[in-house]
Design a protein around this ligand. Structure first.
Ligand SMILES: [Zn+2]
Length: 308
């Protein structure tokens, strides 16, 4: 596999057709050559009747290069998946389903939305490690819009709700490292302690604005700075910058977030932030992560509790 394409033209040259995409997937899946997932056999032959499928010479099991990925059983061409993944991974701020729909000339908005949702679901690495060291933590609210609200509108609308979000930022060498964002139902000590346990490694120190809710975690040191609301951005500069960027991003790319899919969008923001210096690697990361995950159904995507 040659160097990853840095431009749209290079991308087009590298993945011109279905066969090129399938060869890339096969290389990702079997870097040393075909291995049967059923019996471990290494001899197989490509089927002529089923595209991109290898039949094991030992046990006869047929394995598609897309098995176990977000692309499995999709009717869309691999080139469409690859283009959508590339655009999603390399656009600095991300790309909405509406943009994917029009730029790739897809048949329906639902197809585009599902494609984006499936890629987004691959943005959380199930093996990711907790934040560690010094970690800034704070909470914020972000307005959500309902189906009937006008995009990006609703300033001061009384019926517009707010989503509660906790943010955590690793501070390394005086700057931001990795981040996590979590939508929560309330700012109680129990809820916040749960977020600390899930996102921060034991032995770390969390720096907060002094809200006692963060003090309830046994394994993590708490460094509270009791301050007025005006000064929070000075004591906790990085988590506040993340919140500010998140709100701008939500309005700019998605014209406001919807409550139902909030955690998925937060996960996308985290994915982009944590790979902000390696955007082109995000493509491989999206497909690489996808390869280790099981297939995702439409029902799983539309269930709000499907997102951790
Ligand atoms: Zn086999």
């Amino acid at each position: 596999m040659s160097a990853f394409p840095l431009s749209l033209l290079e991308f087009q040259r590298q993945f011109p057709d279905e066969a090129a995409c399938a060869a890339y997937l096969a290389k990702q899946r079997w870097p040393e050559g075909f291995v049967c997932p059923a019996c471990g056999g290494t001899r197989g032959w490509p089927l002529t009747t089923k595209r991109w499928t290898t039949e094991c010479a030992e046990c006869g099991r047929q394995t598609s290069v897309t098995a176990g990925t977000v692309m499995h059983r999709s009717k869309l061409p691999l080139t469409v998946w690859f283009w959508a993944t590339y655009l999603m991974a390399t656009h600095s701020n991300g790309i909405s389903a509406v943009q994917i729909w029009s730029q790739l000339g897809l048949g329906s908005y639902k197809t585009a939305w599902l494609l984006c949702a499936k890629l987004r679901s691959a943005m959380v690495d199930p093996n990711r490690t907790s934040l560690s060291g010094l970690v800034e933590m704070d909470e914020t609210t972000i307005p959500f819009r309902t189906h009937d609200d006008p995009p990006a509108g609703g300033k001061g609308r009384s019926h517009q709700g707010k989503m509660l979000i906790v943010g955590a930022v690793e501070v390394t060498n005086g700057g931001p490292g990795r981040i996590r964002l979590r939508g929560i139902s309330d700012f109680s000590a129990e809820t916040l302690a749960g977020v600390v346990t899930d996102t921060v490694a034991p032995g770390s120190t969390i720096k907060t604005d002094g809200w006692a809710g963060y003090g309830a975690s046994a394994d993590v040191a708490h460094d509270p700075h009791v301050i007025g609301p005006m000064a929070a951005h000075i004591v906790l500069p990085w988590v506040h910058r993340v919140f500010s960027n998140l709100k701008t991003w939500a309005l700019g790319v998605y014209h406001g977030l919807r409550r139902k899919h909030m955690q998925a969008y937060l996960d996308e923001f985290v994915f982009r932030f944590n790979r902000r210096r390696t955007r082109h690697a995000a493509f491989r990361s999206l497909l690489g992560i996808a390869v280790t995950k099981g297939p995702i159904t439409y029902d799983m995507l539309i269930a709000p509790e499907a997102k951790g």
